[in-house]
Ligand binder design. Sequence first.
Ligand SMILES: Cc1cc2nc3c(=O)[nH]c(=O)nc-3n(C[C@H](O)[C@H](O)[C@H](O)COP(=O)(O)OP(=O)(O)OC[C@H]3O[C@@H](n4cnc5c(N)ncnc54)[C@H](O)[C@@H]3O)c2cc1C
Length: 424
Amino acid sequence: MLLDGNITEDFRTLIERRGVMAEFSLTLSEDQIQIQKWVHEFAENVVRPAAHEWDEREETPWPIIEEAAKIGLYSFDFIANAFADKSGLLMALVSEEMAWGDAGIGLSIFGTILAVTGIFANGTPEQIGEWIPQCFGTVESPKVAAFAVTEPDAGSDVSSLRTRAVYDEKSDTWTLNGTKTWITNGGISDIHVVVASVDPELGSRGQASFVVPPNTPGLSQGQKFKKMGIRASHTAEVILEDVKIPGSCLLGGKEKLDERLARVREGKKASSQAAMATFEASRPVVGAQAVGIARAAYEYSLQYAKERRQFGRAIIENQAIAFKLADMATRIDASRLLVYRAAWMAANRVPFNSGEGSMSKVFAGETAVHVTEEAIQILGGYGYVREYPVERWHRDAKIYTIFEGTSEIQRLIISRAISGIHIK
Ligand SMILES: Cc1cc2nc3c(=O)[nH]c(=O)nc-3n(C[C@H](O)[C@H](O)[C@H](O)COP(=O)(O)OP(=O)(O)OC[C@H]3O[C@@H](n4cnc5c(N)ncnc54)[C@H](O)[C@@H]3O)c2cc1C
C-alpha cells in the first residue's frame, strides 16, 4: 500500500503517478466499492443520527471527528490514498456518502481537505510531507485545517485580495496582515493556508499561498457566523495582525515565486494563481457533496411517497408526485455523471477546456437545491418542520450554489471556456 513508509517519498510516487492516465470507466473497482460501503456505514450509523443535534447546537462536532479519526476515516493516510486513486472517483464516492449522512458534519470532518488540496496543489514535496499530516493531527488528538482566501471586499473577485505578505530577506521571514472572512474552520484550525498578495499591482497573478503553523502569534478568530445551513460546520473571520512566518512557509518556495512574478512582469504567460489551482481541483469533490444531499432527500421522499396515503391511495400513485421523483432521480444521476467525469479529468490532469469542473459543481449544486425543495413539497407540512430532516437538507443544499465559486461564477467560467470570449 502507498503511504506506509516515508511520507515525502510516498508523495513523490504520488506526484510521479500523476503522469500515467487511467482509463475512464464507471465500473467501480472492488476496493472502491468496499470503501464506499465502509464510509456509508459510518454516515448511516454515526453521522446521520447526530445530524439534528449538531445542526441545533451550531458547533463543531468534535466527538464525531474523533470517532472518524479512531476508525481511520479522518486521517492523512486515508485522504492521501483517496487522492492517489488514479480514476479520481474515490474522493467523490467518499464525499457523496458523508454528505448523504450530513453535509454540516461532513464538512466539519472533511473541510480540512480544502487546505490539504491547497498544500498539495502549490507545495513542494517536502512541504507536502511536512504540513499535510499536521492538518489532521493524531488519532488521540485530531486537528482541523482551514483554507483562507475570501475577504470582506474580495469574494467572487479573488484578484482584489487586500491581505498582504511582505518578505524580509535578512531574516527570511514573511509578515502577513489582513482580514479573511467566511472561513470554514477559521480560527479553530491548527494549520491555516492563507492566500495573500505579494505584489498587488499584478492582481491575482501576484498572489501566493502560505502555511501559517499552529499557534502562530497574530492569527486570531474574529466573528463566528450563524448560518442558514451546514450549521455543524464552523465558519468565521480570521484576523492576521503582523503574523510572522519563516520563508519555508511560502508554498512552492521563493525561487519559484520569483520566477513566476518575473514572467508575469515581462507579460509572459504564468501558471494559474494559487487560489484557482485549489478550487479547480476541489470542484468535483464539492459537487459530489451536493449529490449526497440530493440523494438523501430523494431517497427519503421516495419512501415517504410510497407510505403516505391521501384520497385512499399512496401519494406516489399520482403522476404529479411520481414525475417529481422521476425528475429528481434523473437530475441526481446526471449530476453524479458530471462529477465523475470532472473527478477523472482532475485526477488525470486533463484540462477543463469546456469548464467541466464548473459544470459538475453548478449542476450538482443547483440539483441539490431543486431536489431538496421538491422533497419538502412531497412531504407537505411534514417537510417544513424540524422533526423531519428534509428542511435541513434544503438549508444545507443552498450553500452549494454559493461557496467555492457561486453558480454565476461557474457559468462565467463555462461560458468563457466554450466561447473563447472574455464574457463579463
Ligand atoms: C458557509 C461558507 C463557507 C465558506 N468557506 C470558505 C472557506 O473555507 N474559504 C474561503 O476562502 N472562502 C469561503 N467561503 C466564501 C465563499 O467562497 C464566498 O462567499 C463566495 O465566493 C462568494 O463571495 P461573496 O460572498 O463575497 O459574494 P460576492 O462575490 O459579493 O457575490 C454576490 C453576488 O454577485 C454575483 N456576482 C459577483 N460577481 C459576478 C460576476 N462577475 N458576474 C455575475 N455575477 C457576479 C455572485 O454570483 C453573487 O450572486 C465560504 C462562504 C460561506 C457562506
